[in-house]
Design a protein around this ligand. Structure first.
Ligand SMILES: O=C(CO)COP(=O)(O)O
Length: 140
């Protein structure tokens, strides 16, 4: 853009996926409430139930809700990562409960590793990412 030109499109926001296992949903809702302003800088995607909890906790945040994790939501987020459409993943994992869809969880985290996007698997790391939004690349 040169001087005097009006931008016709706003720069794309980076996309952030938010996922929480059942025992961590309360923590995810609190995280969304605490960081509502910072989260608004991202296009937000979430698995179904997590997305519902975030929208209850922070109604001003638009969230694209995918399927529930056990019904394919983790795989949908993985596919978006593979397509370069998700730039970071915050996943509050429950390390104490066996999951019927454990293979989907593994596949999701594997794709985040493979495509080398910032990935937080616990709250401490999520706080680091959300308080350092420049650590997340803008979409190409
Ligand atoms: O199971 C999940 C992640 O593995 C999360 O899915 P929900 O947000 O639909 O509960």
């Amino acid at each position: 853009m040169t001087d005097g030109e009006t931008p016709t499109t706003r720069p794309a926001k980076p996309a952030l996926a938010l996922v929480a296992h059942d025992q961590k949903k309360e923590a995810m809702a609190a995280f969304a409430r605490t960081h509502v302003a910072r989260l608004a800088a991202f296009d937000l995607y979430a698995t179904g139930t997590t997305g519902g909890r975030i929208m209850e906790a922070a109604p001003s945040l638009p969230v694209t809700r995918l399927k529930s994790g056990p019904l394919g939501g983790d795989q949908q987020i993985g596919a978006l990562i593979a397509e370069g459409r998700i730039q970071a993943l915050i996943f509050f994992v429950d390390p104490l409960t066996p999951m019927p869809h454990d293979v989907d969880v593994k596949a999701l985290t594997r794709l985040a590793e493979l495509y080398d996007i910032p990935m937080a698997l616990n709250q401490a790391t999520a706080e680091l990412i959300i308080t350092h939004p420049d650590s997340v690349a803008r979409p190409a």
